[in-house]
Design a protein around this ligand. Structure first.
Ligand code: AMP
Length: 375
């Protein structure tokens, strides 16, 4: 029985373990000191990280895993590298190091000739003012680290906004300033590469965000053109091959005209790939495990259209939770405003009907404006 150690203990670790148990895999999880690990309760041993411990002792504490992987990019990549003498670590810590820092990620993408929004790296009031003057309002200011789901992120539309941000920042973290992109929609690519170098992509997924948080996804994205699909495939191949990547890589993109601009990379399974738990594909969770365990990849071409609605600080009404038409996933998390506590998946042979069902579902889960995910 192969043993996988996952760095992290949130919902992505939970869904990987839930996919891996029937594959005969067992799991352990590395939590930060004092971190809540309810999401993975009952799915394997949870080890708390202690800074003093050596890599060898950590490897022992994790139960001598056959492979180490991650469920988040904010991990100590030195720690990952130090585990390598004992077992493979996938994806490559070099890829994770790039993806965990927006400044490094954007510089890397630019150096590879990959299209992205114009940006500047800043770390002071002066450099921020210069960047804004060059890029023009509106701009997005994002912290290079610790920024996800719209956290540590500001949209500035005027000098007043800029000055308010300068006054608010007590110390200056590394930031990127990015021109606002007039995108027609947001798409993501969920790609996977196995240890033997086989690659696969799920179809492009269309994602809707509110306040920087993903609300819903639909796959395949409506009205895909062969040119867009080819761009996505080529983009994924270039990145996967560059890093000799093993596992799932998610690429979030803006669509401008008929071009994909990369917004962000995630070196892991991704919220916009949760729909892969339905529609007759091998889920992103199973495919990630297949990849890192050296097994062949499962199918990524869906037999139906699929959609996902995030549950943000909100349980679905009982009649929906129990409906046979909807697949409910809960993460064993306490309810808090806007917190991702689960998601709903649905599938339909007809994309228009799927879109309608998704809209009806969203209205039922977030009935009042006050409860809507954008509130
Ligand atoms: P991020 O944290 O970079 O994934 O951004 C979260 C969301 O904010 C994105 O999915 C977009 O909806 C929006 N956003 C971020 N950056 C930009 C940008 N440069 N132009 C327009 N919208 C953006």
């Amino acid at each position: 029985m192969m043993h996988i150690a996952i760095i992290g203990c949130g919902q992505l670790a939970r869904m990987m373990a839930l996919a891996g148990w029937p594959m005969g895999l067992r799991f352990s999880f590395l939590a930060e000191a004092g971190e809540n690990s309810d999401c993975v309760a009952g799915l394997g041993a949870v080890v708390e990280r202690s800074p003093a411990v050596t890599a060898e002792a950590l490897y022992e504490a994790l139960g001598r895993p056959d492979v180490v992987t991650v469920e988040r990019e904010q991990v100590d990549t030195e720690l990952l590298r130090s585990l390598r003498p004992w077992c493979p670590v996938y994806p490559d810590p070099d890829a994770i190091a790039v993806c965990q820092h927006r400044g490094r990620e954007k510089a890397f993408l630019q150096s590879r000739g990959i299209a992205l929004a114009p940006f500047r790296r800043v770390n002071s009031a002066d450099t921020l003012c210069a960047a804004v003057a060059e890029l023009g309002y509106p701009v997005f200011v994002k912290s290079c680290e610790q920024g996800y789901d719209g956290q540590n992120q500001w949209r500035l539309t005027s000098d007043n906004d800029r000055d308010a941000l300068i006054a608010q920042l007590e110390c200056w973290p590394e930031l990127v300033v990015e021109a606002q992109v007039a995108f027609s929609r947001e798409l993501s690519i969920i790609a996977v590469r196995s240890a033997s170098g086989t690659e696969a992509c799920y179809p492009l997924t269309e994602n809707r965000h509110q306040g920087g948080i993903l609300v819903s996804s639909q796959a395949p994205a409506p009205a895909l053109t062969p040119a867009l699909e080819q761009q996505a495939r080529e983009l994924a191949e270039r990145l996967l091959q560059h890093w000799d990547y093993v596992g799932v890589l998610a690429i979030e993109c803006f669509v401008v005209g008929d071009q994909l601009l990369v917004n962000e990379l995630a070196p892991r399974v991704h919220n916009s790939g949760h729909w892969t738990q339905v529609a007759g594909v091998c889920s992103q969770f199973e495919n990630h495990l297949r990849a890192i365990c050296g097994r062949g990849l499962g199918p990524t071409q869906p037999l139906a259209h699929a959609a996902m609605l995030n549950l943000l600080g909100q349980l679905p009404p009982d009649h929906l939770a129990g409906s046979g038409e909807i697949q409910l996933h809960l993460y064993n998390k306490q309810l808090k405003p806007r917190r991702k506590i689960g998601h709903l998946n649905l599938q339909d042979p007809d994309p228009q009907r799927l879109q309608q069902r998704l809209a009806t579902l969203e209205a039922a889960v977030y009935p009042a404006q006050a409860e809507s995910p954008s509130a």
